[in-house]
Design a protein around this ligand. Structure first.
Ligand code: FAD
Length: 449
């Protein structure tokens, strides 16, 4: 099946919108046409929504899953072209790469705010503010922290460090929170090798969509799941005794509870009634800062399979790695850009080809490009969550609060692997368990015969 999402380019076919994906669901809707009252409506079929749908339906609740796109996976999905998976968003579930001494020495200076490599400031990676001192560090951008240690860095250490920071945030040094990077560092075991192992090594052979579809199929197999794709929601109303979701086409759906998994950067596109609290609304207005650009290319040179290139800050795409060999025998290279030199890859494909080729001049004979523009995506408006300064310390607790019968769950405000697939699964589990426990309590007690 072909999704409306994503773009591809080939020499013979030119630029085309929409790419094949096993994450596209057919039929797009399985839902009763008569009015049905569900236990829980879940808005969004990314990993948070799929996890919630799976857990809730397996536990016996009647679930309605509503999704704006034609596919599952949200910000984690793969295009499967000729039996090969190109990851358009979330990819790695753990990672390991060559040890880079220059980057390591720069990183150690950067994170060592407490003489303990960040361990005193964030002693428990899944509880960012366990030490109240962490709040002070959230005032700092990565640039502020860099300025504090600038005199101790060689020019090459500084360049390696900056390149790594903006790769993590998809943003700029001055827009990204220092504390959020420290949180990533803590999650990765307070060392660079841990970052590499967890962040960029292991991916699924069949692609993220092959993993996401298992959640969907498990939920469907219970017989408790109804769903509608191509159904963007525009309003969510808590009527006290039930919640009502209204789609853009005006269709209304009702349930005892609703789990919204709508990402932070598009949360304010939904009319909530009663309105969301001011702290949460303000946080959504500020949004996260990640405008990562991720572009795949198939190139003919086989030696590029084991190549890594960094061109920060000169080139629009500034970091690339050989990531596989396609069935045609071509090398698959994935490249990243971000907010520091932002562009929209579909607007001028010649520019995109040129910036890709600049990564390794003369070495990249490009046969195919595949990408998804997350910045223009109306249901994401950005890539993975990365906090600006002060957002976490002022708003994380508020973002996690429930809103009457509405639970708001997203990888964007997970406590553990916030920003990651694992954070989405954490949040989907949290929301489904809460609903299950509440509805179990309110269900009439049956005699135990
Ligand atoms: P989403 O996946 O965004 O799901 C939300 C869903 O809600 C979407 O399907 C959306 O269409 C839907 N929706 C939005 N608005 C509406 C509406 N009005 N009506 C109905 N539905 C709506 N994570 C990793 O662990 N490893 C990685 O290597 C990694 N790399 C990444 C690279 C990129 C380029 C990107 C973009 C992300 C990456 N991530 C990575 C992060 C990971 O993809 C996300 O954190 C995770 O997928 C978010 O899941 P979610 O369900 O919380 O949100």
């Amino acid at each position: 099946m072909t999704s409306r999402d994503g773009w591809s380019w080939t020499k013979s076919g030119g630029l085309k919108q929409g790419v094949p994906s096993i994450g596209v669901i057919q039929p797009a809707t399985i839902i009763s046409s008569t009015e049905v009252f569900y236990d829980v409506i879940i808005v969004g079929a990314g990993y948070t929504g799929l996890t919630a749908a799976r857990d809730a339906s397996v536990s016996g609740l009647k679930v309605l899953l509503l999704e704006a796109r034609d596919r599952i996976g949200g910000r984690s999905w793969s295009s499967n072209i000729n039996g090969y998976s190109f990851e358009m968003g979330g990819t790695w579930v753990s990672w390991e790469q060559p040890h880079d001494a220059l980057l390591v020495s720069g990183l150690h200076k950067f994170v060592n705010v407490d003489g303990a490599m960040g361990r005193k400031i964030i002693p428990f990676p899944h509880d960012t503010f366990h030490n109240p001192e962490a709040r002070q560090h959230d005032n700092l951008s990565a640039q502020d922290r860099l300025n504090q240690i600038a005199a101790t860095l060689s020019p090459n250490e500084r360049a390696a460090l900056e390149g790594f920071m903006v790769l993590c945030s998809g943003s700029t040094m001055s827009k990204m929170s220092f504390l959020e990077f420290l949180h990533w560092w803590a999650l990765c075991g307070y060392n660079y090798q841990g970052c590499i192992e967890r962040l960029i090594t292991y991916k699924f052979k069949g692609g993220q969509s092959s993993f996401a579809i298992r959640f969907f199929q498990e939920a469907l197999a219970t017989g408790n799941l109804s769903y509608a794709f191509n159904t963007p929601i525009q309003a969510i109303q808590d009527k006290k005794n039930m919640v009502e979701a209204t789609s853009k086409s005006g269709r209304k759906f009702q349930a005892a509870r609703l789990i919204s998994t709508i990402p932070l950067n598009v949360l304010n596109t939904i009319a909530f009634d009663p309105p969301l609290d001011p702290v949460r609304k303000a946080a959504a207005d500020i949004g996260h800062v990640n405008q990562c650009i991720k572009v795949h290319a198939e190139v003919t040179d086989k030696d590029m399979r084991s190549w890594t290139g960094v061109t920060y800050p000169r080139n629009q795409l500034f970091y690339a790695i050989g990531d596989g060999t396609t069935p045609a025998g071509n090398t698959h290279i994935v490249a990243f850009g971000g907010d520091h030199f932002h562009f929209h890859p579909e607007e001028n494909v010649d520019t995109t080809l040129q910036t890709f080729q600049n990564l390794a001049p003369g070495k990249l004979n490009i046969q195919r490009l595949v990408f998804h523009n997350w910045s223009k995506d109306e249901f994401a408006k950005g890539a993975w969550f990365f906090s600006p300064p002060n957002l976490l310390s002022t708003s994380l607790d508020a973002l996690r609060e429930r809103h009457g019968n509405i639970l708001l769950a997203s990888s964007d405000w997970a406590v553990g692997w916030r920003s990651f697939i694992d954070g989405a699964i954490e949040e989907g589990t949290r929301a489904a368990l809460t609903v299950k426990n509440e509805l179990a309590k309110s269900a009439p007690q049956r005699a135990n015969l």
